[in-house]
Design a protein around this ligand. Structure first.
Ligand code: FES
Length: 337
């Protein structure tokens, strides 16, 4: 069974339309909830004709928080966000998939430039807290909001800035005060940090603006994009294909353990892993979210679809297990990189 259970121990009303859920994994599922800063959870939500799934970033840090926390902001007409904000209370049990995603810095000791628009602060907050507590790098945060009342985590950010005056710089951009951010504003704010990697999350238009401006400045930009899932990823994987005589194998490293499992050339890597009982992460199974990303150490694959990994990610060896088909007979991958 791939779904995990988490109990809601508290609902925090962050702003008028943003709720945080503090989650505690069910006893037997604890080990499968380990996560990296910036990752997200896929949550099963009721829909008119059955079930749907939505992804929410973790704003907690594996370096500072005992419990997991996701923050959900209402979206006009949004199925998942409104269901959560209207219905979920302490004591409820949610079905989720294990934490996943690639919006996570390779090192917490590097200096970073973080940029958030509105509720895009959620994964950025996880990265920020993790760097300050678990690393040595300096962090600059540019945080854009409509007005002061919309600023999520305002008090926590103030407190962190006071505690780490030499390592954390927070710049608030309020539409009600400075107007909407422009390329010129972003260029001048980013100028002192052009040697850093940038992690950006927020509304699509905002991320496009920041990405365009920062790329021109020569910054390496990582973005986190969310979308509605077309299928129900909580359904069990499909049955194995007939034996077509195209056997191969994949060696997989996960959670410090190594296993070798059979992988027919006619099937996708994620299906082969799940069938063999490997607890591989995934969410959309459509090549759109990067939840299933792992690092290719040996061998070659092709990807049926990919809207989420950029050329640098691919050059770094990242592949999407849900879309990968083998080219070579043997492959070695790791989820521990
Ligand atoms: S599960 Fe979403 S890209 Fe593979």
């Amino acid at each position: 069974m791939t779904a995990l259970k988490a109990r809601v121990v508290e609902v925090v009303h962050e702003t008028a339309d943003a709720h945080s859920l503090v989650l505690e994994p069910a006893e037997g599922d604890r080990d499968r909830f380990t996560y990296r800063p910036g990752q997200f959870l896929t949550v099963r939500v009721p829909a008119e004709d059955g079930w749907a799934a939505r992804c929410y970033s973790l704003c907690s840090s594996p370096h500072t928080d005992d419990r997991l926390k996701v923050t959900v902001k209402r979206v006009a007409g949004g199925l998942g966000s409104n269901w959560i904000c209207d219905n979920v209370t302490a004591g409820d049990v949610l079905e989720v998939l294990r934490p996943a995603g690639t919006f996570s810095p390779a090192s917490l000791d590097e200096d970073l430039l973080l940029v958030a628009g509105g509720s895009g602060i959620t994964p950025v907050m996880s990265i920020l807290k993790s760097c300050l507590a678990g690393g040595t790098g300096k962090v600059a945060l540019l945080y854009a909001n409509r007005d002061e009342k919309s600023v999520i985590f305002a008090a926590e950010l103030r407190e962190l800035t006071e505690r780490h005056p030499d390592r954390l710089t927070v710049v608030h951009l309020l539409e009600s005060v400075q107007g909407l951010p422009t390329p010129a504003t972003l260029r001048s704010l980013a100028a002192p940090y052009t040697g850093r990697q940038a992690f950006v999350c927020g509304p699509e238009v905002f991320m496009d603006l920041v990405t365009g401006t920062f790329t021109d400045l020569g910054l390496r930009v990582h973005v986190e994009r969310f979308f509605s899932l077309e299928t129900d990823p909580f359904e069990e994987p499909e049955e194995p294909p007939e034996d077509t005589g195209d056997a191969g194998e994949v060696e997989v490293e996960m959670d410090g353990e190594t296993r070798t499992v059979p992988w027919a050339k006619s099937e996708r890597l994620l299906d082969a892993l799940l069938r063999a009982g490997v607890d591989a992460p995934y969410s959309c199974r459509e090549g759109n979210c990067s939840a299933c990303a792992c690092i290719r150490l040996e061998g070659e694959v092709t990807l049926d679809a990919n809207t989420v990994l950029d050329e640098q990610d691919l050059a770094d060896g990242l592949i999407l297990a849900c879309q990968a088909r083998p080219v070579t007979d043997r492959l070695k991958i790791t989820y521990d990189g």
